[in-house]
Design a protein around this ligand. Structure first.
Ligand code: FRU
Length: 485
């Protein structure tokens, strides 16, 4: 694996020419995605600034131009009319001020009247590499480029650790106020969120207090990317807790969970109505963010990074890695969320392909289980061996996904086998296969499972148990992947 020096990771991008060769080289990779957002060069991680503005969906991602490494972070900008066809817009935000000299870290956006307002963490480091995170703001200008405010909205509090970042801005109509949730860590290293409030978007921000979530006082050592949304009259809080192991998540110490409950902005208390749940049961899913300005009180739109902070992926030798999951529609059903890919995904279908045990490198599969124990093995060799095995056990209503059979193994240290406990018997799985990822929507979206995967040329087959049936649809590509910096 390439060893990066600090200078290499934190090199400032001066001109587009500096990454053109890298762009040309990665275009030839067999793992470039066909309908998932991926980095133009280098690394993409968290989704940022997701909002609908002026009839267009805007999304940014954490971007390190130089390779598959976490270094100096930019915001790279993509846009879409339908959440499915995405075009590259170029660099959204450059780390070019004192306050963000070592990165424009994660944040959110909200559209109001005719403007898109952006909130992000300026990751400042001094000459001794001591970090000060600032909460900064920008406004999308007429030319589509964010214009930063000259000064941060506020700096860090000294009664919490230096881990204070990832502002998520929300408007709360009954208070007629804006709130910013900041992911934070207490001085005794417990994960939490801090809340700021203001009547204006770009001024007047005051610290309101620490978010209370009864029962979650000791739940991980840092909550990255906190996010909150209202769906069907309930509040849904999502967090990415770190530095802790959670049940059923093997050895991983990075997670993405949601809690359904009620947020009281007077007492800053989020009262859970049931226990936390995993947003996704897959190997690689993190830093999920709800889109702002969704005009449907019963539905939220969510996107997440297919990846985890400390993991390494098989495209690293090609000098790029990372993707976003498909944007998803989320609704509440009973005590949990149901998730479906954005509706316009249906427009990508390009005819049914004969399901004869061959797996195209990108496609959609509709799989049905007639009942009872079941298996589906994806990415097997022609003789049916190897691949990702998915085995469903009716007695425990558990689907077990095991990727140890793949030729390219990765992140073995955090576990290669995960279970999905289902509330009801397995009926169906809708599967989205792209060139280096797969996403399962199980039982009409009651549970999802998202992961990177790097099949070799020999791993393009599948096998299914006799009680299973499958339909395969060819899909049209929907990410333009052009060179735009
Ligand atoms: C989450 C995260 C955020 C931070 C960003 C930096 O993956 O660590 O907390 O803002 O990534 O890229």
């Amino acid at each position: 694996m390439k060893q990066w020096t600090l200078e290499e990771r934190y090199r400032v991008l001066q001109s587009a020419d500096e990454v053109k060769d890298l762009y040309d080289r990665i275009q030839t990779s067999n793992y470039r995605q066909k309908y998932h957002i991926q980095p133009v060069t280098g690394l993409s991680s968290d989704p940022n600034g997701f909002a609908k503005y002026d009839g267009t969906w805007h999304l940014f991602y954490q971007w390190c131009p130089w390779g598959a490494v976490h270094g100096l972070k930019y915001w790279y900008h993509v846009s879409s009319k339908d959440l499915v066809h995405w075009q590259n817009e170029g660099v959204g935000m450059h780390p070019d001020t004192f306050y963000d000299n070592k990165g424009c870290h994660s944040g959110s956006a909200i559209a109001k009247d005719n403007d898109l307002y952006i909130f992000y963490t300026g990751n400042h480091r001094d000459e001794n590499w001591v970090r000060t995170p600032y909460t900064c703001a920008a406004k999308l200008g007429e030319d589509g480029q964010p214009v930063k405010l000259p000064e941060p909205l506020f700096g860090p509090r000294d009664d919490y650790s230096e881990h204070q970042r990832d502002p998520k801005v929300v408007y709360v109509a009954d208070k007629n106020k804006y709130y910013i949730f900041i992911g934070a860590q207490t001085l005794d290293k417990k994960g939490t969120a801090l809340i700021y409030e203001s009547e204006e978007l770009l001024s007047g921000w005051k610290f309101a207090g620490q978010l209370n979530v009864p029962g979650f006082e000791d739940f991980g050592g840092m909550w990255e990317c906190p996010c909150i949304v209202r769906i069907g009259g309930k509040d849904v809080l999502i967090i990415s807790p770190q530095y802790t192991k959670l049940p059923g998540r093997a050895e991983s110490t990075n997670h993405n969970v949601y809690i359904i409950g009620h947020m009281d902005y007077d007492t800053l208390t989020f009262t859970p109505e049931s226990d936390y749940k995993y947003l996704d049961f897959g190997f690689d899913f993190y830093a999920a963010q709800f889109a702002a300005n969704v005009d449907d009180p019963d539905m939220a739109i969510l996107i997440a990074w297919i990846g985890l902070p400390d993991n390494h992926y098989c495209t690293e030798p090609e000098d790029w890695e990372g993707s976003m999951c498909l944007p998803r529609e989320l609704r509440i059903k009973g005590d949990h969320l149901v998730q479906a890919p954005a509706a316009a995904i249906a427009s990508l279908r390009d005819g049914e392909i004969a399901a004869e045990g061959k797996l195209p490198d990108f496609c959609e599969m509709e799989v049905t289980n007639a009942g009872g124990d079941f298996f589906l093995n994806l990415y097997t060799k022609a003789d049916g061996t190897g691949g990702v095995t998915m085995k469903y056990d009716e007695a425990t209503k558990t689907l077990t996904v095991d990727k140890t059979g793949m030729e390219k193994r990765f992140n073995e240290n955090v576990g290669e086998v995960l279970n999905v406990p289902l509330d009801e018997s397995l009926k169906n799985i809708r599967i989205f296969i792209d060139r280096c990822s797969f996403e399962l929507f199980i039982n009409d979206g009651d549970a999802t499972f998202t992961s990177h995967i790097y099949p070799t040329a020999d791993e393009h087959n599948y096998t299914i148990s006799d009680n299973g049936s499958v339909k395969i649809y060819a899909l049209k590509p929907s990410v333009t992947d052009e060179f735009k910096i």
